[in-house]
Design a protein around this ligand. Structure first.
Ligand code: GTP
Ligand code: MG
Length: 378
């Protein structure tokens, strides 16, 4: 392993030289003050011997050194990340604050970065946050009352992950349908042949509402039934809930061929990744989405993020178990305000000021490399 000494006016310049001469992966072994600025002891990463798995015991000492070097490298990278984060904050504090707001509220990196990149220059913090609110509101594709699917009628199947609230939401929609068109014009279909008691749950709602209920075993049964319901203004079909990864979810596509429009029922109180999976699996090709369990979602930012990115119209929101009360036409401003407020919750998951540099580490490291490249160019 060859160790080289670098003297530079400051640490940044020194690091740039180390990387230029020894490569991006160079390991800085030590730094100390020098009359001309700072002295760095560094080695090319490739110079470090990687011990073979079955090496003799005497190499244990050198692997300890390697582990120590790797630890030092990690420390240094974290420090650099911290510097770069600090620099970014000094350079563009408003943009950084905007991203912090979005991350804190549960919005994802893809959307946060896109919005931060589009933030107009020269806004102060308050104006930037107002801009953010407006942009989110404008981009949340909510369907207003005028586009109410129920009022227009049609055949709709509720699809979604297990327990997302399909049957409960269907009952709420049916109650509205009865208000709009009368009980004789509404039919419910239980197409959930997989779960014991699934049809029974719907039977209770059908009796309460005075609407007819039809139970089908499979897609073929549904295809046979639908023509018999051709005169009904509104047909609501309940489907079995599957995990997004379950191949049976593909049955949803067959509904399209029967002239049935799919409504993706997505619970807002899930992890962002689960919402995204559900959106990909059930939202694809759906006519609209319905967000449920907003009452149990302290941070609905991830759900709004998914709806915004997939541009799937949000037809209804559900905020409770009561049928039919807890179903509403979505209001974009209300939803965005709720999401942003969720970012202010003090939970053990909220990032503290000192966490941000670590959080931003990888990106900061990239920025640092870029800065060094620019230095080279200059
Ligand atoms: N808090 C809350 N609970 C809800 C909401 N919607 C549904 N639930 C409850 O969530 C549970 C599951 O609801 P279901 O309607 O049976 O869900 P599902 O999607 O039909 O479930 P599977 O058919 O098993 O896939 C029930 O206890 C409902 O009362 C909601 O908006 N808020
Ligand atoms: Mg159900």
């Amino acid at each position: 392993m060859s160790v080289r000494v670098f003297v530079a006016a400051n640490a940044r310049e020194g690091l740039a030289r180390v990387r230029r001469e020894l490569g991006d992966d160079a390991v800085v072994l030590s730094t100390r003050p020098h009359p001309q600025g700072v002295e760095l002891l560094a080695s090319a990463y490739g110079d470090l011997a990687v011990p073979a798995v079955n090496e003799a015991p005497e190499t244990a000492g050198s692997s300890r050194i390697l582990a120590e070097l790797s630890r030092l490298r990690g420390l240094l990278q974290n420090q650099l990340a911290g510097f770069a984060w600090g620099a970014a904050r000094r350079r563009d504090p408003v943009r950084v604050a905007l991203m912090q707001t979005l991350f804190a509220a549960g919005f994802g990196s893809a959307l946060a970065r896109t919005l931060a990149a589009r933030l107009p220059r020269g806004l102060d913090n308050e104006a930037a946050q107002r801009w953010l609110r407006q942009v989110l509101i404008r981009n949340l594709p909510v369907q207003g009352r005028e586009a109410d699917l129920l009022a227009r009628g049609g055949r709709y199947a509720l699809v979604g992950s297990t327990g997302s609230g399909k049957t409960t939401t269907l009952a709420k929609l049916a109650a509205r349908g009865v208000e709009d068109h009368g009980a004789a014009q509404v039919a419910l279909v239980a197409a959930d042949a997989y779960r014991i008691g699934a049809a029974a749950q719907l039977t209770v709602y059908a009796e309460l509402l005075g609407v007819s209920l039809h139970v089908v075993e499979d897609q073929a049964g549904l295809a046979r039934l639908l023509p018999q319901l051709a005169t009904r203004k509104l047909v609501l079909i309940d489907t079995a809930g599957f995990a997004p990864s379950d191949p049976r979810t593909r049955e949803g596509q067959a509904l399209d061929a029967m002239g049935v429009r799919r409504l993706a029922v997505i619970a807002a109180n899930q992890q962002g990744a689960a919402i995204e999976q559900a959106m990909l699996r059930f939202g694809e090709g759906a006519a609209a989405s319905i967000l449920t369990k907003l009452d149990e979602a302290p941070q609905p930012g991830a759900a709004l993020d998914s709806v915004i990115r997939h541009r799937l119209p949000l037809a209804y929101i559900a905020g409770g178990q009561r049928v039919p009360e807890d179903l509403h036409t979505p209001n974009a401003a209300y939803l965005v305000d709720r999401a942003l407020k969720g970012g202010q919750l003090a939970t053990p998951y909220a990032l503290e000021a000192e966490d941000w540099p670590l959080f931003a580490g990888v990106e900061a490291e990239r920025a640092e490399r870029h800065a060094i490249k620019v230095l080279h160019g200059g």
